[in-house]
Design a protein around this ligand. Structure first.
Ligand SMILES: CCCCC/C=C\C/C=C\C/C=C\C/C=C\CCCC(=O)SCCNC(=O)CCNC(=O)[C@H](O)C(C)(C)COP(=O)(O)OP(=O)(O)OC[C@H]1O[C@@H](n2cnc3c(N)ncnc32)[C@H](O)[C@@H]1OP(=O)(O)O
Length: 152
C-alpha cells in the first residue's frame, strides 16, 4: 500500500495537527498497513525536547501514538467490514475517546521512531487499539486507545 491511511481522509477532515495532510504547520504523520498491523515512521525534531537534552517531550510521544491510533482504528474497521480503504464508501472516521500511555524509556529526538498498532477488539462503534512507539528496536512507550466511530 503506497497511500497512507490519512490520505483517504476526506478533505474536510484533513487539518489535524498531528496527521492532517492539509495542515502545513502540523506533523503530517503517515500510517500504513503492515500485515494485520499498522505502522508509522517519524523523526521527532530536536525542538520537541522534553527538557532532557536528546529526549522528546511526552506530549509529542502521545500525539504520535494518538494519531496513529485513530488511523489504525479506521483501517481496522474498514477491513472488518470486508473492504480496503479507498474501495467503496468514504472511510469511517474515528475520534479518540480514551488514550492511556506508559512511558517506559526516554524517546530520542533526531532519530527515526516507529509506531505500531494492533487491533485488540472491535465492538459496534468502539475499536480498541494497542500501540507501541520504538526507537532502534527499543520500545519507549506503549499506548492503549479506545476510538469511537464519529456519529455523522
Ligand atoms: C470531537 C470531534 C470534533 C469533530 C470531528 C469530526 C470528525 C472527525 C473525523 C475524523 C477525524 C479525522 C482526522 C483526525 C484524526 C486523528 C485525530 C487524532 C485523535 C484526536 O485527537 S480526536 C480529538 C480528541 N477527541 C475528542 O475530542 C473526542 C471528544 N469526545 C466525543 O466527541 C464523544 O465523547 C465521543 C464521540 C468519543 C463519543 O460520544 P458519542 O455521543 O458519539 O457516543 P457515546 O457517548 O454513546 O459513546 C459510545 C460508546 O463509547 C463509550 N465511551 C465513550 N467515551 C468513553 C471513554 N472515555 N471511556 C470508555 N468508554 C467510552 C460509551 O460508553 C459507549 O459505549 P457503549 O456503546 O458500549 O455504551
Amino acid at each position: 500500500m503506497t497511500r497512507a491511511i490519512q490520505d483517504y481522509y476526506p478533505e474536510r477532515f484533513s487539518h489535524c495537527f498531528g496527521c492532517g495532510r492539509n495542515n502545513p504547520h502540523g506533523h503530517q504523520l503517515k500510517s500504513y498497513w503492515k500485515g494485520d498491523e499498522t505502522i508509522a515512521r517519524f523523526t521527532i525534531a530536536p525542538m520537541y525536547s522534553g527538557g532532557v537534552p536528546g529526549n522528546a517531550y511526552g506530549g509529542m510521544v502521545a500525539s504520535l501514538i494518538d494519531c496513529h491510533g485513530t488511523a489504525s482504528a479506521a483501517a481496522f474497521a474498514c477491513r472488518a467490514q470486508g473492504h480496503e480503504l479507498g474501495e467503496g464508501a468514504e472511510p469511517v472516521r474515528f475520534v479518540t475517546a480514551s488514550l492511556t500511555i506508559d512511558y517506559l524509556r526516554p524517546t530520542p529526538v533526531g532519530k527515526e521512531v516507529t509506531i505500531t498498532g494492533r487491533l485488540m477488539s472491535l465492538e459496534g462503534r468502539k475499536v480498541r487499539v494497542a500501540l507501541a512507539l520504538a526507537a532502534g528496536g527499543t520500545v519507549c512507550a506503549r499506548g492503549e486507545m479506545l476510538a469511537v466511530q464519529f456519529r455523522e
